[in-house]
Design a protein around this ligand. Structure first.
Ligand code: SME
Length: 181
């Protein structure tokens, strides 16, 4: 069983993300189920990064084309986000990390929790190029997230994608198939 290290919360960002990368590798190792891995990653981030009020996933629903809320920690959130709406939709459709210092100044921001004042959203793209969804973190503080957080979270998303890909490769040619849900 993974033991959460409460001490990480007081580390400076480079050491904190280094530590989280190593914890996440251990947490996801060998597990092919996407939801199980996403749930534990959301928990790890929520309890390890200071000043968050929401941490979790929106996963692309192929049927509707919307982002659909996935595993998270925080208050109940909007269930569906169209790709042309909100910070999550913008990050997913542009396939780039968005750091929003003040969500109230972001046109189209979707307020799921009125306590949120800043946000960072990282797109999750599978090795085959398919968009899986986004990782979304909210904070009650203004300017909570900076480029160090953006790069650190991108590295964690890369660990997540690699773990999912490693446990979902097809036997024949190693090409990637739909993750287990
Ligand atoms: N604020 C997000 C919506 C999701 S919640 O923050 C959990 C957005 O504007 O896309």
């Amino acid at each position: 069983m993974h033991a959460l290290n409460d001490d990480v919360r007081s580390l400076a960002k480079p050491a904190l993300y280094e530590e989280l990368e190593s914890s996440l590798r251990g947490l996801l190792a060998g597990e092919p189920n996407l939801i199980a891995s996403a749930a534990n990653m959301a928990s790890l981030l929520y309890w390890s990064l200071p000043d968050l009020n929401w941490a979790g996933f929106y996963l692309l629903d192929e049927a509707s084309g919307d982002l659909l809320v996935g595993p998270f920690h925080g208050k109940p959130a909007c269930v569906r986000i169209p790709l042309d709406k909100g910070v999550c939709g913008a990050s997913a459709s542009q396939r780039r990390t968005l750091v929003v210092e003040d969500v109230h100044a972001f046109p189209g921001h979707i307020a799921c929790d009125s306590a949120s004042n800043s946000e960072v959203v990282v797109p999750i793209v599978l090795p085959e190029g398919r968009l899986l969804g986004v990782l979304d973190l909210d904070s009650p503080l203004l300017k909570r997230f900076d480029q160090q957080d953006a790069r650190g979270l991108e590295r964690l998303v890369a660990v997540f994608v690699a773990a999912i890909a490693a446990t979902n490769s097809s036997g024949k040619d190693g090409s990637f198939v739909t993750p287990h849900v």
